[in-house]
Design a protein around this ligand. Sequence first.
Ligand code: GLV
Ligand code: MN
Ligand code: MN
Length: 411
Amino acid sequence: MPQARFAALWQSLAPIGQDSRTGGYLRYAFTEADAACREWFAEEAADRELTLDADGNGNLFAWWGAETGGDAVLCGSHFDSVPHGGGYDGPLGIVSALLAVDVLRERGFRPVRPIGIAVFAEEEGSRFGVACLGSRLLTGAIDTARALSLVDANGVSVATALAGLPPATDDDPAPAGPDPDRLGRLAAFVELHIEQGRALVDLDAPVGVASAIWPHGRWRLDFVGEANHAGTTRMADRHDPMLAFAHTVIAASEEARAAAAHATIGRVSVEPNATNAIAGRVTAWLDARAAEQSTVDSLVSAVHERAKARAAIDGVTVGLTAESVSGETAFDAGLRDRLAAALGGVPVLPTGAGHDAGVLSAAGVPTAMLFVRNPTGISHAPAEYATDADCAAGVLALATVLETLAGGAAP
Ligand code: GLV
Ligand code: MN
Ligand code: MN
């Protein structure tokens, strides 16, 4: 796979949803930018005579070979981004999958089992708050009614956003919710993804295979106090939720460091958000992750306790609500070893990042991931990057994996 071929297809997608000020991407699920990415995908699939297919959950699929029994091999990833995120997280898995199909065809490979490319919806949860929403709906990992009633910052619900999607095929749209028939047709799912760390740099390897995803989740913290005048309210009379919020940010960092875990408060919303008014309400989101579920659980409760302790001092309240929770993923060991061997003994590594692959794995689909080296290790930021040479190596690795799984012996 010449690097130039990767670069050409990559560049045809790259401008969509890119913010000219930050260079990051604003590709939120079911928005104009997302629709343009989906249109791009539909055209690329048509150029390759792949059959486009959509479920009722906003997920798209393109098939090489008829999707019949329980033997299909699915790859792919997602288009949606975090606010001002990098362009590789997600799209690299889709672009690489399209190019891997080209590579296999040029080799004269004829799949014994159908090969599919998936585009999963709202993986980042940047619009509706729940990560991997499309794959969770597909697998039944989220209650359908709850998912459909989630709203974005403008009050638009998932149900409304799904209803507004242009039809991807001539078929009648399927209802939202679990689709066990579709899942039952899958023998394996392999998601190629940019690495979101520097392990492959340290190991001097362009491509690796995933072993596990840390358990992780998002919790909303609602600090409620009393809005009042910044100039006339005596310090002793204030019920300022900003103080408990600020203490909680520090507490989360301290507790995570002490537990060898990760905790982040990277999003906050303040009401009324005025320079000359004491805040009445602060809403913040805690992202917590660790190698063990018990560590995540104790970390979140320690942060909550410290938030409550400070809130009591200021006479404010604090509520904690789990919005999106993912248990540990241990990828299928047989598949992992088979892929690592097929790729010549590439490194096997765990990750703290969440993926649709984790959701499919939890639903019982034998699942694996390939990681492509990221020279800076930066992700969820405009500096996220992989070289064309490593991306081309990723395409070849994915082609080898698809050849292994969709050719000869059963996955
Ligand atoms: C998604 O990339 C996540 O790890 O939150
Ligand atoms: Mn991501
Ligand atoms: Mn991703």
